[in-house]
Design a protein around this ligand. Structure first.
Ligand code: CP
Ligand code: NVA
Length: 306
């Protein structure tokens, strides 16, 4: 199986990945070598700190071998079609973790290869990040039902995946973006389908940051210009995004025990202030740590099904 968008998962799958992630966190150093004899190719078309390091360490700690392939080190998509690369990689390695600029590359790797493909971030989604975030929310709040999760800023890859993840666990998700920067329509549609399927949770799209943050249990933000945003200028962004900045004033509308999340890297002083990022409500370094534990749970989930 593949993990490209989170839409592949049912609620019980997400809950079991969270449970396993918590187990791996508690028992670090005592993992079963579930990747013994397996080599996992890690393709990175764009830079990464957390995803690359946490996957590399997770693979080693599960007894496998990571093979890092940085941009320009293979023929992928340039001198060779994605289809051929997928077929050839499938003869050598046992899985691919890939960070790509264009989500269609992941879909092609999955379609033409015969090994699991895991999305390490694309222009459209970042499923592994959101699984770690859900684990972090569970650690702090002990439940999902009835929680109001607000995402502020750009309707980007993180926002798309957060809507799906939130719907899968039944949270009430609010997304506040400037007009014209709403999340991807396909992910919005999928989120509503999931909400309907389980009869729990909700999704509200708004342009009003205060409506989103009012009484929120979780406030989440991300950069206003993503790696894949080739044509977005700072000038354009500064015209419309500042009201969505997560600062102490905006946060005062949330619940007293609100947690503040950011996938990192952050642009301090832009989408979030230093005071909030470094403040008592921030759980951003827990999110970063939990990437490691959740990557292990993702491998366990995928290879127990393959
Ligand atoms: N959050 C995240 O994916 O960070 P990196 O870009 O450092 O991997
Ligand atoms: N939206 C950001 C997330 C980085 C982890 C980006 O794509 O650059």
């Amino acid at each position: 199986m593949h993990l490209l968008t989170l839409c592949e998962l049912e609620r019980e799958d997400v809950l079991s990945i969270i449970e396993d992630g918590l187990y791996f966190k508690k028992h670090r150093g005592r993992e079963e070598p579930i990747l013994a004899g397996k080599t996992i190719a890690m393709i990175f078309e764009s830079p990464s700190t957390r995803t690359r390091i946490s996957f590399d360490i997770a693979i080693r700690e599960l007894g496998g071998h990571p093979l890092v392939l940085n941009a320009g080190e293979t023929h992928l998509g340039k001198k060779e079609s994605v289809k051929d690369t997928a077929r050839v990689l499938s003869r050598y390695v046992h899985g691919v973790v890939a960070r790509v600029k264009d989500h269609r590359v992941l879909e092609e790797l999955a379609e033409y290869g015969s090994i699991p493909v895991i999305n390490a971030l694309s222009n459209l989604s970042h499923p592994c990040q959101i699984l770690a975030d859900l684990l972090t929310i569970y650690e702090y709040k002990g439940r999902f039902k009835g929680l109001k999760l607000s995402f502020l800023g750009d309707g980007n890859n993180i926002c798309n995946s957060l809507m799906i993840g939130g719907a899968l666990v039944g949270m009430d998700v609010y997304v506040a973006t400037p007009r014209g920067y709403e999340p991807n329509g396909m992910f919005v549609k999928k989120s509503f389908e999931i909400i309907e399927r389980y009869g729990e949770g909700s999704l509200t799209l708004t342009n009003d940051p205060i409506e989103a943050v009012e009484d929120a249990d979780i406030v989440y933000t991300d950069v206003w210009i993503s790696m894949s945003d080739k044509n977005k200028s700072l000038e354009e962004v500064m015209k419309v995004f500042p009201p969505y900045q997560v600062n102490e004033k905006l946060l005062s509308y949330a619940k007293d025990d609100v947690i503040v999340m950011h996938c990192l890297p952050a642009n301090r002083g832009m989408e979030i202030t230093d005071e909030v990022l470094d403040g008592e409500h921030s759980v951003v370094y827990d999110e970063a740590e939990n990437r490691l534990h959740v990557q292990k749970a993702i491998f366990k989930y995928i290879y127990s099904r393959d």
